[in-house]
Design a binder for this molecule. Structure first.
Ligand SMILES: NC(=O)c1ccc[n+]([C@@H]2O[C@H](COP(=O)([O-])OP(=O)(O)OC[C@H]3O[C@@H](n4cnc5c(N)ncnc54)[C@H](OP(=O)(O)O)[C@@H]3O)[C@@H](O)[C@H]2O)c1
Length: 228
């Protein structure tokens, strides 16, 4: 069976870690950023050997599944037509040090991946790979293969659920489908689920208690209730 081509946009801490996992899992893996290929290739060859360094344009052209591993504040700079028809896995989070002290991108009533989906309206967006730190991504996979960590995802597109599930599984995690994209808000910074690298039972327990947390209470206050 031909494996989909994985394109990882963003070659920093998260992007190169996911590229290593993707190569290890046997996927044709492309990685790129705004840098010229010549400036990035040596970094990729060291940090993610086997991944192919390409321009952002070539990446979106060739990839079947694009993972966004760029700062959240860079998403409006993307050209939606480049991503049209693609599965887009949005791993970006609001991070004040990088994105500015005020989050002008998303809110408690519209999660960041919902905004990404609205901007990339011709793409099939899922929120995935956002809640686990890059150090945990690799440690969990390489050192604890018998107790896979839950990797939660959310999407409005039932058609891509099998592909997202397959990729998360192949990269070494236990996929946990939260349902529609709006539930992805529960995975964002501030949530007790953010940063979790735990097997499914512990993750589900944290999920069940999320509205008891300050973050959960803020959601209820902002939306007039839990996410429905
Ligand atoms: N670090 C983690 O553990 C972690 C975990 C989960 C999610 N995330 C999220 O993943 C994203 C990346 O985090 P990171 O820690 O990997 O950041 P990082 O180390 O600073 O890397 C960011 C990468 O994005 C590239 N980039 C920036 N703007 C771009 C654009 N418009 N088009 C293409 N490439 C662009 C940068 O390269 P150039 O500037 O050269 O283009 C760089 O390679 C963030 O949204 C973060 O919140 C991070």
């Amino acid at each position: 069976m031909t494996r989909p081509v994985i394109g990882i946009l963003g070659a920093g801490k998260l992007g190169t870690t996911l590229a290593r996992l993707s190569v290890h899992a046997g996927y044709p893996t492309l990685i790129g950023s705004r840098k010229p290929v010549a400036d990035l290739k040596w970094v990729v060859d060291v940090l993610a050997p086997g991944a192919e360094t390409v321009t952002a344009a070539e990446l979106t052209d060739r990839a079947d599944i694009v993972i966004l591993a760029i700062p959240l504040s860079q998403i409006p700079a993307l050209d939606p037509t480049d991503f049209a028809g693609k599965i887009v896995l949005d791993a970006a989070n609001y991070w004040a040090d990088v994105d500015g002290s005020t989050n002008t991108f998303s809110s408690l009533t519209e999660g960041s991946s919902e905004v990404t989906q609205r901007l990339l309206s011709q793409s099939l967006v899922a929120k995935a790979f956002n809640h686990m730190g890059y150090h945990d991504l690799e440690i969990e996979v390489t050192r604890h293969p018998s107790a896979r960590s839950a990797m939660a995802f959310a999407t409005d597109h039932d058609a891509i659920r099998p592909a997202v599930t397959e990729l998360i599984t192949a990269l070494g995690f236990a996929p946990l489908d939260l349902g529609p994209l709006r539930f992805g808000l529960l995975l964002e910074p501030g949530s007790p689920l953010f940063g979790l690298a735990e097997p499914v039972p512990a993750f589900k327990e944290a999920l069940a208690n999320v509205y008891d947390s300050p973050f959960g209470r803020h959601i209820i206050a902002a939306r007039g209730g839990k996410i429905q």
